[in-house]
Write a protein that binds this ligand. Structure first.
Ligand code: 1CP
Length: 353
């Protein structure tokens, strides 16, 4: 979809390293439990029902735009909807840790039993939610679509949930790498189709989340993660809809990631954004990278850190402000608001020609 006349297209311009009046800001997991208005909706329905009901998904997607004033919306969904559509059973037990698959896949046979899906059909509810959200946003800000990266999806599918040591996923890549590749290849193909369908439905930007890329050694990161991300970026790339790649804990590979073909690289908070800019050298824009735990502090401390990051990035094009990872569910809303306001108020000085 060609970009319509958005009232606020700061993120699109920053992603393409064009001139902006101030640094745009949004943050990962911005629709979520830190917002009382989100918790109200969640009282009525469970998490998966929320993802699968376009009217409700659109409602919570728009909440942080109205309540916090972010410069983009990100469609409310989850990275785990792909494995669920492939036939895995996803359970989210309230207050009992994160989501879990009851039937992890650990053998070639189990991988082969997974359904081949057509994202435009099997995940139509996500695309319907995007269309509805676009109507509700009424061109105020861009809408971001997303997917997990193949490697991160593999970790959840093989482990069955979050993990400390990723024993089963590591066993697979070291003992049966061909099984891991068989799964990663299928996922890369599905994710390419899924993200293209999100763009066709109206997403103005797409982000690939590789939350667990950082648990791999540099060589394994290239073999089991980056090469599939590269393949996806090549497949989905268009002129008008920027692609953001966020890999947590992967700054060691910044120079390689700068050549992925993505428009923007997301940075976690453990790397200096000024140094990162020198490494990527204008080949991509950068997104990040305030420590999400800073939102437990206070508005003055938050403003101070925002200024530090703006200073480090300096007077250059191509910065999208974000947290270095998702917002934590129990941070005070006033601190979240202070973060967004600080970026808006302080970054005008760093406008780019
Ligand atoms: O109770 C609830 O309401 C469920 C909490 C929750 C929420 C709000 C989950 C379960 N997912 C989400 C939404 C979500 N997940 C979004 C929404 C859009 C937004 O506002 O940003 C997005 C982009 C995601 C992506 C996601 N899900 C990632 C990648 C980003 C990241 O934070 O690293 C991952 C790893 C997941 C898996 C997942 N889903 C939910 C949880 C609690 C987890 C983490 C599980 C774990 O590792 O233990």
């Amino acid at each position: 979809m060609k970009n319509e006349n958005l009232h606020n297209d700061l993120i699109l311009r920053a992603a393409k390293q064009q001139s902006v009046e101030r640094t745009p800001v949004w943050f990962m997991r911005q629709a979520g439990r830190y917002l009382p208005e989100y918790r109200e909706v969640r009282k009525k329905v469970d998490f998966l029902t929320l993802c699968k009901t376009p009217e409700l998904a659109a409602e919570v997607t728009v909440q942080p735009v109205d309540l916090i004033g972010v410069d983009a919306a990100i469609i409310f969904s989850d990275i785990l909807v792909i494995p669920e559509a492939m036939g895995m059973t996803l359970v989210i037990e309230e207050n009992k840790g994160g989501p879990r698959f009851t039937d992890p896949v650990r053998s070639r046979h189990e991988i082969e039993l997974l359904r081949d899906i057509e994202p435009a059909d099997d995940l139509r509810y996500v695309h319907d939610a995007i269309k509805l959200t676009k109507k509700e946003l009424d061109s105020r800000v861009p809408l971001i679509g997303f997917s997990g990266a193949p490697w991160t999806l593999l970790t959840y599918m093989v482990e069955g949930g979050g993990s400390k040591n990723f024993r089963h996923a590591k066993e697979m890549i070291f003992n049966n790498p061909q099984d891991a590749h068989a799964l990663l290849e299928r996922l890369a193909e599905i994710i390419s189709k899924y993200l293209s369908a999100q763009i066709n439905a109206g997403a103005n930007v797409v982000q690939i989340f590789d939350t667990w890329g950082g648990i791999l050694s540099p060589d394994a990161f290239e073999e089991f993660s980056l090469r599939y991300i590269r393949q996806i970026v090549e497949e989905i790339k268009r002129d008008d809809e920027p692609v953001i790649v966020f890999c947590k804990g992967c700054a060691h590979a910044l120079d390689t990631m700068a050549l992925l073909g993505a428009d923007v690289i997301g940075l976690d908070w453990t790397f200096d954004i000024g140094k990162a800019r020198e490494i990527v050298g204008g080949r991509t824009a950068l997104q990040g990278n305030l420590d999400p735990s800073l939102l437990y502090s206070n508005p003055e401390r938050i403003r101070h850190e925002v200024i530090e990051i703006l200073e480090k990035y300096g007077h250059h094009r191509g910065h999208i402000f974000n947290l270095g990872h998702g917002v934590l569910p129990d941070v005070p809303v006033e601190n979240v608001k202070a973060f967004v306001d600080a970026v808006k108020n302080e970054s005008g000085k760093y406008h780019t020609e």
